[in-house]
Write a protein that binds this ligand. Sequence first.
Ligand code: SF4
Ligand code: SF4
Length: 88
Amino acid sequence: MTGSPPGLQPDIAVSRCTGCGRCVAVCPDHVLWLEVDAGRKHARLHTPAACSGCRRCAPACPFGAIRMRRVAAAAAQESPDASTGSGR
Ligand code: SF4
Ligand code: SF4
C-alpha cells in the first residue's frame, strides 16, 4: 500500500555470524532460526513478513553481525522468499 511507513528488518552478515543463537533466543516473534549452510551454522530471518522490527536481535549479537535496515512495509509482506536472499 502506498503511504505505509517503512519497517525495519535485520540484515544478517553470515560471514560474521557464529551461530551462537542469541538473536534467535531474544526474538519475540520467532522469525529467526539457525540453519547450517556448507557446514557452518548461522542465523536466518525465515519469515520476514512476520518480523515486527522490534530491533532486539541487533544489540543481542555479540559479533556485530546484525544491522537493521529499512524496508517498505508492503514489500516486506508480499514476498517473503525474495527477502531471504537479501542478506548482503
Ligand atoms: S527485529 Fe525483532 S521481530 Fe524482527 S527478527 Fe529482530 S528480534 Fe525478531
Ligand atoms: S547473535 Fe549474532 S552471531 Fe549469534 S546467531 Fe545471531 S547473528 Fe549469529
